[in-house]
Design a protein around this ligand. Structure first.
Ligand SMILES: *Cc1c(COP(=O)(O)O)cnc(C)c1O
Length: 421
């Protein structure tokens, strides 16, 4: 199946006389004929359904659809993108370990990595994507467990060089974890370029309609966890009768451990109803992504030619610094544009306040056009130095182009520009 078809059909195939649409299985628990059977499922929760903190049929259908779209061996949904980032790391890191991340990532992830992981004893070393190979090699320590980056960085809109960073991570025997939220598997499939684990905030394009917050972790199934660096996956897990994930679950070791151990203990599994709504978004993901890309390219070109704009970042523009990487790795540059309004923070806010069709809201990648001011909103907790490292400037506006008629979007921008004083 190709992507458009997978969006509609992967994850659920009804048999004779079963519902056309995956039903909402609204139940916390599942009934068995005997105590012995329940006991045996406790030994191996992957064998069948036991309790909706581990798995639920409606959520599993969505997990299988997303795994199919990414080309992975398995997926696990979470209650938010943040939960997905956190668990993707805790699954292979513990106190005393370190991780390497590019500094151009989502502000919430910067907080998670810089402060909360630190409190848990995990150090994050931020690197500049443009540093030399030598400098990058020096960031690795004997306790480094992974490399983290974003396909299209939110909100800097830089494009990740998969070949370079997957080679770097693998040279040091660790996996590459990619946040593929902005690209979605429709525009980029990171596993094809050497990534090992993919995560998403499904809150964004996947849901698409601003209905609910969610996340997902997808396992590419190719990383060699038995290379000596990951005893947590090869050695017996005391909390599961001494199971060795690599021995028992083979190329699904990572995603199985995430579910059996972390989901069991942290309990951030989405409700069936949330998965049902997410699935409706996924059904149209492929067609929506094409239109977002088309609308955004038109709007980005308009910004590029506007006297009110100092600079525009959109990898789809030929003059963009990341255009070559976008051509290499992406089938489109998504609907998100970052622009810097001439005159800095104050003018940027005047422009945003004057918009009528585009709404001011803390969201991105919605079906409706929306705007956000990173320096004073999502990235508010960061220091000026951290802002610069994330590629953020006071005049920066993150403009998320929706699926309205693009001429209406541009007319709205035009009238708002005229109101800048
Ligand atoms: C929004 C976002 C997140 C966090 O996701 P939530 O669903 O809001 O928890 C992580 N990464 C990126 C790139 C995002 O845009």
């Amino acid at each position: 199946m190709r992507d458009e078809t997978k969006c509609l059909h992967a994850g659920y195939s009804p048999k004779n006389a079963e519902p056309r649409v995956m039903p909402i299985v609204q139940s916390t628990t599942y009934v068995y004929d005997s105590t012995e059977e329940v006991a045996s499922v406790f030994d191996e929760p992957m064998k069948s359904l036991i309790y909706s903190r581990f798995a639920n049929p409606t959520v599993m259908a969505v997990e299988d659809k997303i795994a199919a779209l990414e080309g992975g061996v398995g997926a696990m949904c979470t209650t938010s993108g943040q939960a997905a980032s956190l668990l993707s790391i805790l699954n292979i890191c513990e106190a005393g370990d370190s991780i390497i991340s590019t500094s151009e990532i989502y502000g919430g992830t910067v907080n998670l990595f810089s402060f909360t992981l630190k409190k848990l004893g995990i150090e994050c070393i931020f690197i500049d994507k443009n540093a030399s190979d030598d400098e990058l090699d020096k960031a690795f320590k004997p306790n480094t467990k992974l490399v983290f980056g974003e396909t299209i960085a939110n909100p800097a809109l830089t494009v990740f060089d998969f070949e370079r960073f997957s080679a770097l991570a693998h040279r040091h025997g660790v996996p590459l974890i990619i946040d593929n939220t902005f690209a979605t598997p429709i525009l980029c499939k990171p596993f094809e370029f050497g990534a090992d684990i993919v995560i998403h905030s499904t809150t964004k394009y996947m849901d698409g309609h601003a209905l609910q917050v969610g996340g997902v972790i997808v396992d590419g199934g190719k990383f060699d966890w038995a290379n000596g660096n990951f005893p947590c996956l090869t050695e017996p897990d005391e909390s599961y009768h001494g199971v060795s994930y690599t021995k028992t679950y083979g190329n699904k070791a990572y995603i199985t451990k995430a579910r059996m151990q972390l989901m069991r203990d942290f309990g951030v599994y989405p409700a069936a109803h949330s998965a049902f709504l997410l699935n409706i978004g996924l059904e149209t993901l492929a067609v929506r992504m094409k239109q977002y890309c088309q609308n955004a390219l038109t709007v980005a070109k308009y910004f590029e030619s506007s006297p009110y704009v100092e600079s525009v970042s959109y990898p789809g523009l030929e003059n963009d610094k990341y255009h070559d990487l976008a051509k290499k790795y992406l089938k489109g540059s998504s609907g998100v544009i970052s622009l810097v309004i001439k005159g800095g923070r104050e003018k940027a806010m005047q422009f945003m306040n004057a918009l009528k069709l585009a709404s001011n809201e803390v969201h991105v990648a919605d079906i409706r056009t929306c705007v956000l001011h990173p320096a004073s909103e999502t990235h508010r907790q960061l220091t000026d130095e951290q802002l610069v490292a994330c590629g953020i400037n006071g005049g920066m506006v993150r403009f998320s182009v929706g699926l309205e008629n693009v001429e209406d979007i541009i007319e709205d921008i035009e009238q708002a520009f005229k109101k800048i004083k």
